[in-house]
Design a protein around this ligand. Structure first.
Ligand SMILES: [Fe+2]
Length: 221
């Protein structure tokens, strides 16, 4: 063991650094699960390649954290933290508004606005356009929203490791510092990649997103 390992810390300091290392591990446990699901659903190949790379990095980050937690006498957690997101997402609100208007027009007879429902019954293409929009045209928009959340999560991870670094320095857990530094560097690289790649992502999907704005006006006509 190095001169700065568990034996050199007070029991309280050691317990605290274990708790904070486990807090980072809980974040990575959740992050691994999210990366796996994003990898399956992403419609952009460059993104999938990057997500795959970062998934492997994340598994290595977890292993490094588990080792340092164990070397400080701690039990690595299997808890999954709740990952950050901005709520409400107003773009999703627009979408659910669209969906509810579509379904209310299909339950015609009890609706007070009979004229409107009769009109949409007479014109079944209204409903089918909405459905097509949901299934096809909104996929690029979902990708953009999820990419934005990817970036929020990766930046939150950067914050987590920067704070953890200061805590490790404060308690003198010098053996944890290279692990935290390595994880921090990888999170910064991933966070930067998402932002730098955004023009490339938009080049691929923005035209479809813009078309979906036009499609939303169709059910109102
Ligand atoms: Fe990450």
């Amino acid at each position: 063991m190095s001169a700065s390992s568990a034996a050199e810390l007070t029991p309280n300091a050691n317990q605290k650094i274990v708790q904070y290392l486990n807090d980072a591990l809980a974040m990575e446990n959740a992050s691994e699960e999210r990366l796996e699901s994003r990898l399956h659903e992403s419609i952009v190949e460059d993104t999938r390649i990057q997500l795959q790379n970062h998934l492997e990095e994340t598994r290595n980050q977890k292993d490094r954290l588990k080792q340092i937690i164990a070397s400080h006498g701690g039990e690595p957690t299997v808890t999954k933290a709740e990952l950050p997101m901005l709520k409400p997402n107003t773009i999703d609100l627009v979408r659910s508004d669209l969906t509810s208007r579509s379904s209310s027009s299909s339950t015609a007879s009890n609706s007070p606005s009979n004229a409107e429902s009769t009109q949409s019954q007479a014109n079944p293409s209204v409903k089918s356009i909405v459905k097509e929009t949901d299934d096809v045209r909104l996929a690029p928009e979902k990708e953009l929203i999820q990419t934005e959340r990817d970036a929020i999560i990766e930046h939150a991870e950067v914050v987590k490791y920067k704070m953890l670094m200061e805590i490790a320095i404060k308690v003198g857990a010098m053996d944890a510092i290279p692990v935290i530094a390595q994880n921090l560097k990888e999170e910064e690289q991933m966070a930067n990649w998402i932002i730098v790649n955004t023009p490339n992502l938009l080049r691929r999907i923005w035209a479809q997103i813009e078309v979906s704005a036009g499609a939303r006006t169709v059910p109102e006509a």
